[in-house]
Design a protein around this ligand. Sequence first.
Ligand SMILES: NC(=O)c1ccc[n+]([C@@H]2O[C@H](COP(=O)([O-])OP(=O)(O)OC[C@H]3O[C@@H](n4cnc5c(N)ncnc54)[C@H](OP(=O)(O)O)[C@@H]3O)[C@@H](O)[C@H]2O)c1
Length: 285
Amino acid sequence: MDCRKPRKKSGLARPDSKATLPAMQTTAYLKQLFDLSGKTAVVIGGTGELCGTMAVGLARAGANVVLAGRIKEKADKRIEEIESHGGKAAFAPVDVTSRQSLQDLLKASLDTYGGVDILINGAGVNSPSPFFEVTEEEFQRILDTNLTAVFRACQVFGKYFIDETRPASIINLGSISGLNPLSRVFTYSASKAAVHNLSRNLAREWADSDIRVNTLVPGFFPAEQNRKVLDESRVLDILRQTPASRFGNADELIGATLLLASPKAGSFITGIEMIVDGGFHAMSI
Ligand SMILES: NC(=O)c1ccc[n+]([C@@H]2O[C@H](COP(=O)([O-])OP(=O)(O)OC[C@H]3O[C@@H](n4cnc5c(N)ncnc54)[C@H](OP(=O)(O)O)[C@@H]3O)[C@@H](O)[C@H]2O)c1
């Protein structure tokens, strides 16, 4: 005997599963939400794994992209990839430990594209030193690249945005180790926690000027800076703790990047930590 209640017949007409919206209507709708045509994105760390991939996403959404880092050769392949999609990108050298170098990056970006609308702060270094072996030199070096550089770049580019009354989106790369400390990466965790805090503080400070500041928080994505930390037992620990049971692919950061970068889709989003981690932060038992 079937004890389920008989389902009421709805008065609504059933949608025709075969009927689809005209393709152009969907395309136009998505375009007005996420289109970055005419915008310029400066991607610091664009020579690296994650931010290089995010830069491709920004370029494919229409932005002119400046790939910034120390090693030009690492940018060349990305530029080729972006150009193969019909996008525009250029390399600009930067050493984020130098304020002058960041000033030069701003100038080079303005000379090339005439303005800047999106800044990504993604330069990062890491080290697996056990706590008692972390030297003051190493501690300062990691803080300088991961945290002080974000402070410097936000001063340099933030001043430009404010002086020019230019609406902007700043995306700082945080980390799940900035939410909860992660074993073996003491200095890295401390630096990222401070980036999260600084980002929220700047979001508060600059919301009136239409400058949005958010933290993009990747979970575990294999890349150059964390290769030394990812030995076999750690990989197993991570996978056990990740509900999705896998590492992320860099292109899985593109959707979040476009949402935070877009002045339309992301217009009311500021001061958040956008976590992209396959559920790592939500895992208990
Ligand atoms: N991979 C992950 O699982 C993960 C997770 C959470 C957060 N993150 C963060 O995501 C960001 C990107 O990291 P990634 O994983 O893609 O690592 P990556 O491939 O090693 O990239 C690191 C980037 O930092 C740049 N960099 C380092 N020191 C610099 C300096 N002094 N001046 C200018 N650029 C400098 C490197 O550029 P050059 O080599 O050209 O100098 C490179 O572009 C970092 O902030 C990282 O902490 C990564």
